[in-house]
Design a protein around this ligand. Structure first.
Ligand code: ADP
Length: 461
């Protein structure tokens, strides 16, 4: 069984969030059971020399919408996984992954290229991820291709909605501009193509699979998804447990495991020193993530005054919407124990996981979330809003992986109480360490979920 795994971002080549991590770590596990080939754009900012990415020796021209687009393929093999890179100037000559006026055309080109590569490689299945690749499901069905498609929704909030004029640009026949296919409130919704035309749909946690069929979390597509629930399944994400391993993580000073927890404290002291936090023995609370409404950053900002009065250090790493960045900048200057590191910094995030005692993750909604699983691996107890994947991966009062603190309502006082609870847990060293050790032993690898994907692939063939 040969599977082409298509994603607009793949770690370590390109990454804006969890999708890149999953597009790296899931194929690693799948490849142990079947043949997986990754496919992703050859963005100009990917360092070909550093990764030793070579020409694949294949060029072809895509023609659609009265235009033609030249494609060149590149290739890199890492840990026995082949990644094919699709180069086209419109798709790839960019400084960041998304946010351009012609994103519909850019990822339309990518989707047409994916469909062409399924033929070239004689793939049995194409596994499409998010709206950037969703059109490929439609293209394959239109061509009456024998290739089956599995479509994974990583975040329903991003749907790829564009004006009607993209129909002709992407050569989508007008007869499909209706509510059963692409139409979404007078616009074109590319994610709908993935839902309607793929053979199976998955999303990244069982709870989120249920939530997206409700008005509250359905982002306008709850009815549409409910219609297709017979082919929809929630399969929990995992992490690359080799890469996220405090025992041999190269980004951290003191490597440690469950038996050498005292080294975690050394990491914390060093981290405090580097941030010029003087003589603090206080526990470290962290937030790492995109500064957008989804991640509950407004709830945190609203609480910073209260948090500043508590015996803890709070470090926030992230970038995103300007209003949040500005607010965090100002508040971190105002309060001594609140610290804001603006930016996206993989190494810094590892240092934070290696140093922290608690992770604060009060997401408004969360398809799966990876931070809480990474946190468990590094002995960081998670404080989460109990929704989506967070509900499936953080448990309290039970010996279930991972043990953490969960609050039910997305409200300030609920989060504040959860942080107070964390502090009281921290005061009881024996109990605190028991939870930390339990969490570090949790298995959040992709192995179990990879088996579920394989089962699903076999079912569609
Ligand atoms: P998302 O909704 O952003 O995809 P996930 O929890 O699924 O959220 O994945 C986020 C991933 O990105 C995790 O690996 C997290 O550690 C990482 N990450 C997010 N923001 C930053 C940042 N500013 N610096 C470093 N890593 C980050």
């Amino acid at each position: 069984m040969r599977v082409l795994f298509a994603s607009s971002e793949v770690f370590p080549y390109s990454k804006s969030g969890g999708l890149a991590d999953v597009a790296h770590s899931l194929p690693l596990e799948l490849n142990k059971i079947c043949e997986i080939i990754n496919i992703t754009p050859m963005y100009k900012f990917i360092d070909k020399d550093k990764f030793n990415i070579m020409p694949f020796g294949k060029k072809f021209i895509l023609t659609f919408g009265d235009n033609f687009y030249e494609i060149e393929l590149f290739r890199h093999t890492d840990k026995k996984i082949d990644t094919l890179f699709v180069y086209n100037d419109i798709l790839c000559e960019v400084d960041t992954l998304y946010g351009y006026k012609n994103d519909s055309l850019r990822f339309g080109i990518f989707s047409y290229a994916i469909s062409k590569v399924t033929e070239l490689l004689k793939a049995d299945i194409v596994h499409l991820n998010d709206w950037h690749t969703a059109l490929a499901a439609f293209i394959l069905k239109e061509k009456k291709s024998a290739v089956k498609s599995v479509f994974t929704i990583h975040n329903l909030a991003y749907q790829g909605v564009f004006e009607k004029d993209i129909l002709s640009i992407l050569e989508i026949p007008k007869k499909y501009f209706n509510q059963e296919s692409f139409e979404f409130y007078g616009k074109v919704n590319l994610l709908k193509a993935g839902i309607a035309y793929s053979d199976r749909i998955t999303t990244v946690s069982p709870t989120y699979a249920k939530e997206i069929q409700t008005k509250e979390y359905g982002c306008g597509l709850d009815g549409f998804l409910s219609k297709y629930k017979y082919k929809l399944e929630g399969i929990l994400n995992g992490i690359d447990t080799e890469y996220f391993n405090p025992k041999n993580d190269k980004s951290i000073k003191e490597n440690y495991d469950v038996k050498t927890l005292n080294k975690k404290e050394k990491n914390r002291n060093l981290f405090y020193e580097n941030l010029s936090i003087k003589n603090s023995k206080r526990p470290l609370f962290i937030f790492i993530g995109r500064l957008v409404e989804q991640k509950g950053i407004s709830l945190i900002i609203d609480l910073l005054k209260d948090i500043s009065k508590m015996k803890l250090e709070f470090v926030i790493l992230g970038e995103g919407e300007k209003k949040y960045e500005v607010n965090l900048m100002l508040l971190s200057k105002k309060y001594e124990n609140i610290h804001f590191i603006k930016g996206y910094d993989e190494g810094m995030s590892h240092k934070m996981y290696a140093s922290a005692n608690f992770l604060v993750m009060p997401s408004l909604f969360e398809p799966c979330g990876l931070n809480q699983m990474i946190a468990a691996r590094y002995g960081v107890i998670s404080i989460v809003h109990g929704i989506g994947g967070l509900k499936d991966t953080v448990f309290q009062d039970e010996r279930k992986c991972a043990m953490g603190i969960k609050f039910d309502k997305f409200q300030k006082d609920e989060l504040l109480n959860a942080i107070k609870k964390a502090l009281s847990i921290f005061e009881n060293k024996k109990n605190y360490e028991k939870i930390v050790k339990f969490d570090m032993k949790c298995n959040f690898s992709f192995a179990k979920s990879a088996k579920k994907y394989i089962k699903l692939y076999k079912e569609v063939l």
